[in-house]
Design a protein around this ligand. Structure first.
Ligand code: NAD
Length: 471
């Protein structure tokens, strides 16, 4: 499997540069394939194609666009195992998590977006005027590596249903799943030019794309640092913008909440995907009086559930982090944690694996919420346990962060947890371990982003609203 062409205007074309992207398997440190790279000339061609395609695509009926999305969904279903294999290889996410969260979740979200599609009102009749929603235009979609297929899907499904067209720049660390998706799309009847892909670095291809004069909207998922730069660029060009950024999410155990379940929720978050999730509940906020009990459950969880190793082995529950650089960054945080807090478990290198960027799952306790490990997004398998004395203090600690993406509250009953959840400045909150519904929108407060993705609310993000006055 090697991709030497890029997908522009409905065709596989030779890019303007012979440079390639080498894709490394973080579990083995092997370069397992190369893919073609685009440059700014290709960005230009892709944006021109998307702009040409927009006019007629925006005039298609909603039912027609649903049919295209359905074809893509069916194509993904047919190649489900190929996607899983590629994502394990390029990302290193564990076998079972790749299956459920990296691929099955994509299918669920797309299915529900289609089922709930009639909630978007493309034409609303009001006294004296109509409100008409239409596609926003050409979208520059820039995506990260941690959920390589789903971060693309969340943009693609919604913008296609809205009537917009797209030029996608996937992460250089995980481009293969994006090429696979382009293969799926190539087999559908989606009109040419509606979907285009320009793989390449952020500084070259990403920058050329987000700054392109014919791009009407930027939809970015990634770090707050890069998002801030893109926001500045969009501001000067007055482009529409959607940002899905980082997080440092709180998980509050209330005085009479279920400690075991609260621990599981946070531990799952640092084990799944090796803690590389924007929504990871990396601050577990617990009553001072229940600290010992909580620490006991953490140790029990580790004994029963944690097995570090290659994702090709189904029994392993946590794979490597994405790169050498990421591994070193996480180790730096662990060293800083050792100076700032008490190490409860982990904190070392994984001795059993001589190759691969593994990090031992690490939990710090008695962490001060002002410390570096409690304030900065580590993006690895590291959890901080923070104590409080009364519920107001717990809420204050939870909100004392520049981020606001996700959260969880465990209380004596749902009503109590719900009341506390309403006081949190964050985009989504899990009440007493409730399942995350794939139809629900997702997006952050504060420096975690602007706007919401997924489902009918996500579709509206990719529309412009036009007012037509009439008698
Ligand atoms: P990143 O910000 O380094 O890169 C994201 C994308 O932006 C990549 O495709 C990259 O090549 C591109 N990019 C970099 N510089 C650019 C520039 N100047 N112009 C245009 N594009 C540029 O993030 P990452 O390391 O790929 O992903 C991890 C981050 O993503 C974490 O902070 C995580 O919290 C965040 N994230 C957020 C969500 C969410 O829904 N809120 C979801 C997943 C990941």
């Amino acid at each position: 499997m090697k991709y030497d062409k890029i997908y522009i205007d409905g065709e596989w074309v030779t890019p303007s540069t012979s440079d390639v992207i080498e894709v490394e398997n973080p579990a083995t440190e092997e370069i397992f394939t190369t893919v073609a790279k685009a440059n700014s000339e290709d960005v230009d061609k892709a944006v021109e194609a998307a702009a040409r395609a927009f006019k007629s695509f925006n005039e298609t009926s909603y039912e027609e666009r649903q049919k295209y999305v359905e074809e893509i969904l069916n194509g993904i279903k047919e190649r489900q195992e190929d996607f899983e294999k590629v994502i394990r290889q390029e990302l290193g996410s564990s076998y079972n998590y790749t299956k459920s969260a990296q691929v099955e979740q994509v299918i669920k979200e797309m299915t529900l977006a289609l089922e709930n599609a009639d909630k978007v009102k493309f034409t609303e009749h009001h006294e004296g005027f109509d409100l008409v929603r239409e596609g926003v235009g050409v979208v520059a979609a820039v995506t990260p590596w941690n959920f390589p297929l789903n971060q693309i899907q969340r943009k693609l499904t919604c913008l296609l249903l809205a009537g917009a067209t797209v030029v996608l720049k996937p992460s250089t660390k995980t481009p293969v799943s994006a090429f696979l998706l382009a293969e799926v799309i190539d087999k559908t009847s989606l009109p040419k030019g509606v979907f285009n892909i320009v793989p390449g670095s952020g500084s070259e291809v990403g920058d050329a794309l987000t700054g392109h004069e014919k791009v009407d909207m930027i939809s970015f998922t990634g770090s707050t640092k890069v998002g801030r730069g893109i926001y500045e660029q969009a501001k000067s060009n007055i482009k529409n913008i959607h940002l899905e950024l980082g997080g440092k999410s709180p998980n509050i155990l209330l005085p009479k909440g279920d400690a075991k379940r609260a621990v599981k929720q946070s531990m799952d978050a640092i084990i799944n995907n090796a803690g590389q999730a924007c929504s990871a509940l990396t601050r577990l906020i617990v009553p001072e009086s229940r600290l010992e009990e909580v620490e006991g459950y953490v140790k029990q969880y580790v004994e029963e559930n944690v097995r570090v190793g290659n994702p090709e082995d189904e029994n392993n529950t946590i794979g490597p982090v994405i790169s050498k650089e990421a591994q070193e960054r996480v180790y730096d945080y662990i060293e800083s944690g050792k100076k700032e807090a008490t190490l409860l478990i982990g904190g070392g290198r994984v001795e059993s694996e001589d190759k691969g960027y593994y990090v031992e799952p690490t939990v710090f306790t008695k962490v001060d919420n002002n410390s570096k490990i409690a304030q900065e997004e580590i993006f690895g398998p590291v959890l901080s346990i923070i104590t409080y004395n009364d519920v107001d203090e717990a809420i204050e600690i939870a909100n004392d962060t520049t981020y606001g993406l996700y959260g969880a509250v465990f209380g004596e009953n749902d009503e109590e947890a719900y009341d506390v959840a309403k006081k949190l400045r964050t985009g989504s909150i899990v009440i007493n371990g409730a399942a995350r519904n794939p139809a629900a929108p997702f997006g952050g407060y504060k420096q975690s982003g602007i706007g919401k993705e997924i489902g009918w609310i996500g579709i509206e993000e990719y529309t412009e609203t036009k007012v037509l006055f009439k008698e």
